[in-house]
Design a protein around this ligand. Sequence first.
Ligand code: TMP
Length: 209
Amino acid sequence: MAKQGLFITFEGPEGSGKSTHSKLLCEFLRRKSVRVLHTREPGGTVISEKIRKILLDPENKRMDVITEMLLYMAARSQIVKQKILPALKQGKVVVCDRFLDATLAYQGYAGGLDIKLIEDIGRLATGGLAPDLTFLLDIDSEQGLARAGNVKDRMERKSLTFHRSVRKGYLRIAKKEPARVKVMSAVGEIDETQENIRKIALRLCRSKI
Ligand code: TMP
């Protein structure tokens, strides 16, 4: 059976403005009478938000990268089943801040875990669900971390070298899957970037739902 609805994700390194852009896109689509579910990862359900707190708590300095990856996947499995799949079944457009690409970039390319292993566990967590479209908001790591502000969570406190690898990882994913992953500059004018995001998203909405 063909998948109903449309699944759009936003990705990017720290401070890339993905949440701002995803929120603006959702507002725009709602004005066009598109039914939208806007959510985020890790989070979006009571259980996944609790897992998010553990993941981002700066006190959890000793968290091992495998523990970290499995917790992101656990949060994902819950939101996929509890929120994303039901919304897609209702024919909605689901806009999610981050998804499996984030695990590939952060725990894989930057954290050193095997990419194939993440893809395999990812299939278990997502049931094979993949985004139809992904916007990758790209920004230089130093600039992004500066934008992210002074109160840093556990992930933001990782080294600049780690965050540079995250960015490189994301760009590798985009190179591998150019039809799905659209790289957008996160440093230009917000309005201009948002305009491009809207055009691409609306075109896909019109062709698919
Ligand atoms: P956010 O602050 O952008 O909502 O994301 C939370 C942090 O978690 C951010 O630093 C990216 C990180 N993250 C991973 O490391 N792996 C993942 O799978 C996800 C979804 C997020």
